[in-house]
Ligand binder design. Structure first.
Ligand code: CA
Length: 699
């Protein structure tokens, strides 16, 4: 096995000629250390700099039309799939819903082993945005997996045998892990999520061999503003603590600031740069009525790689009020922004708030921030990069339409950078949100707890055509952004928002999956569509590319699901094909096919008469919006990822409804009891609303 492996590396390196000499030394070294980094996809963002740009060019603009299906693999889930497949030593490691890890032969798709960490399904209720997982990390024959319930696991890459497992969070709190770990030096780094429900964010580094904690950086103070005995103590005391007041919901709810996605190793400056999430609760007026900017919420933070000690930060959204996370893709690159146009190493990010940022990687200095989609919450940035807010956008008692909304101008779907074209390819979107302070705000440690009214702007009797209008207001596009000229080079409009992450290749191609189930290849220079195929399931995950036995493959996981599909996918039903978790791999001249999805016919008819007066239905609507909508869909219309309650036989029978909603009868499927938040009368009002919606649905 070992001989085969090293022999293969030699072949791969010979085929690609080794790391090119024009690369910065550090990147060349890290590529060399990774052995076959050119030919495979050995880390989340491709390389440390996370550009998601492959130097493979066997598939190019001239032959991409010959791309065909090499193999498919069934991930056996209808829930969201967001994974970046990791390909190392001829094996693909791909995660699916509930943190299940599949190891496949990268050439044939043959299953080698499956690791199911057996997540208690009740943990699903803590997951803000579906029970997704974005991928693993690998180093020296060990695979690292973040598990939804907060565990970090190390597995033998060859056999899947568990080597160690540590709990990285307080499991009594609503923490979850959906993000990919990163391996930096001899440490594995992992963050967590949960700021919609009420947690305090941090990033941890564990020893790769033993799983022992090496350092931890908290992104916000603890309630007493006292030292934690952690790497962040000094930075919190000097910089962050003075930006928080001494009262408000943050004391109880943790303040948020979770590090749920982007964690990048800047090898040149030997530092870890990570993105920090939104405030908890969202509404700053209830979170911290006496406070200031609330550092390090919505910030990009750099720390020393060995110790976790603070280096610098840049806050994209001071005193976040809108769920404007800055956790989105961080890309490191050399751009001609130094003195006299000399190369300067920069950090690039396009976070939810709608601005494309360029910072100096060494110092964190703000270089530029430019809107990449229309936005309504500022009139621009000042010279230091601080937003000049539109007062009305900081919602309070009055309803205001804010764009971008909490789903962001760009969410977790990774963007990519092609050093050849100098362009960043952003999976961008416009999803405005009607926002208003939640008059009923209270701390609820399991359910969503944002201080923002999810029933804002809704009435049980939405005017005819409202759905159509909602849908028309939501847009998705692929933008080829020039970070030096600060303008788009080209733009492709999609059918709607929530499309897939992006892959760039030296073959002059940009690959992106779409909500309508297509995988498309665009010309990296012109944006012209060169190839596309219907994968029969919506795509949100980013494609990767790799070489096995001299042939280049492109692979992507399907399974739309996740936050948007649950919360707002109703607007696109039935434009989105069913969520089917599957890996599809392509190579030139392959002739395979994507199997038809197993269609379970749904009897889309109400199972009981409507009941209740307008007052009861309206009360049910408010309870539904606060407790049910983020999983079962706004307006009780599901996009198909979770059951559509309108057609449920359980909704037809008050006793069964109470068993499920108040007593947790379906807990083992992730539907926990809501008895702490709903009285029996409230639950019955929700049922009245659901049946009301069932009977007014268009036939
Ligand atoms: Ca959030």
């Amino acid at each position: 096995m070992k001989g085969w492996r090293s022999g293969w590396w030699a072949l791969a390196l010979a085929a690609c000629g080794g790391p090119p000499a024009d690369l910065p030394t550090a990147e060349r070294d890290s590529l060399a250390r990774a052995g076959s980094a050119h030919a495979e996809w050995r880390s989340y963002g491709g390389t440390y700099d996370e550009q998601r740009h492959s130097r493979l060019k066997q598939i190019d603009t001239g032959n991409v039309s010959r791309l065909g299906v090499a193999w498919t693999y069934d991930l056996k889930t209808g829930r969201g799939v967001e994974a970046t497949p990791i390909v190392a030593d001829g094996v693909m490691y791909v995660t699916s819903a509930w943190s299940v890890l599949h190891a496949l032969d990268a050439k044939t798709g043959r299953e080698l082993w499956v690791h199911d960490p057996q997540v208690d399904r009740a943990v699903g209720a803590k997951a803000c945005c579906d029970v997704v997982n974005r991928g693993v990390a690998i180093r020296d024959g060990v695979v690292f997996l973040g598990v939804l319930d907060g565990r970090l696991q190390a597995l033998d890459a060859r056999t899947g045998k568990l080597l160690w497992s540590v709990m990285t969070v307080d499991p009594s709190k609503p923490y979850t892990i959906t993000g990919a770990p990163r391996v930096v030096k001899d440490m594995v780094l992992i963050g967590n999520g949960g700021a919609e429900l009420g947690v305090r964010g941090y990033l941890s580094a564990y020893d790769v061999k033993t799983g022992a904690l090496r350092w931890r950086f908290y992104t916000v103070p603890n309630p007493r503003k006292a030292p934690d005995g952690a790497a962040s103590d000094d930075a919190l005391a000097r910089i962050a603590n003075p930006t928080w007041g001494d009262r408000g919901a943050w004391i109880r709810d943790g303040g948020g600031g979770t590090v749920w996605d982007s964690i990048v190793y800047d090898e040149v400056n030997d530092q870890v740069i990570f993105g920090v999430g939104n405030g908890s609760p969202w509404n700053a007026d209830v979170r911290d009525p006496g406070g200031g900017d609330n550092l390090f919420l919505s910030s990009i933070v750099a720390v020393d790689a060995d110790t976790g000690a603070y280096r610098w930060h840049y806050q994209t959204t001071p005193r976040d009020h809108w769920d404007y996370t800055a956790t989105q893709t961080i890309i490191l690159a050399d751009l001609p922004l130094g003195e006299g146009g000399r190369p300067r190493r920069v950090v690039m990010q396009a976070p939810k708030n709608g601005f494309f940022y360029v910072l100096d990687a060494r110092t964190g200095a703000f270089l530029s921030g430019t809107p990449f989609v229309p936005q309504t919450w500022t009139t621009g940035l000042d010279a230091k990069g601080r937003p000049i807010e539109v007062k009305a956008a900081r919602y309070a008692r009055d309803l205001v339409l804010v764009s971008p909304g909490p789903l962001g101008a760009h969410n977790w779907q990774p963007m990519a950078f092609n050093p050849g074209t100098g362009l960043v390819y952003i999976p961008a979107q416009e999803v405005p949100q009607a926002m208003r302070a939640d008059a009923l705000f209270a701390s609820r440690p399991v359910a969503w707890n944002t201080g923002m009214d999810f029933a804002a702007g809704l009435t049980p009797e939405l005017p005819p055509g409202a759905l159509k209008a909602l849908r028309a207001g939501m847009k998705g596009r692929l933008i080829a952004w020039d970070p030096v000229r600060r303008a788009p080079r080209w733009t492709v409009e999609h059918e709607g928002p929530w499309n897939g992450g992006v892959l760039s290749t030296a073959g002059g191609l940009v690959f992106q999956g779409k909500l309508n189930g297509e995988l498309v290849a665009y010309d990296a220079v012109s944006g012209r569509r060169l190839w596309g195929m219907n994968l029969k399931a919506g795509v949100a995950a980013p494609p990767v590319t790799y070489m096995v036995d001299g042939e280049q493959y492109v692979a992507v996981a399907t399974g739309w699901g996740s936050a948007f599909a649950l919360a707002a996918g109703f607007a696109f039903d039935p434009a989105v094909p069913p969520a089917v978790g599957r890996v599809v791999a392509f190579r030139l001249d392959a002739k395979g096919t994507v199997p038809d999805p197993p269609l379970e016919p749904i009897d889309a008819t109400p199972k009981a008469p409507a009941f209740g007066d307008a007052k009861l239905v309206a009360a049910g609507m408010v309870h539904y919006a606060r407790n049910c909508a983020v999983c079962h869909g706004q307006l009780a219309i599901s996009s198909g990822v979770l059951p559509d309650l309108r057609w449920s036989p359980i909704a037809a029978d008050p006793a069964s409804w109470a068993e499920v909603v108040l007593k947790g009868a379906l807990r083992d499927r992730g539907m926990v009891s809501f008895a702490r938040y709903l009285t029996p009368a409230d639950a019955e009002a929700v049922r009245a609303y659901v049946l009301h919606q069932a009977h007014r649905a268009p036939s």
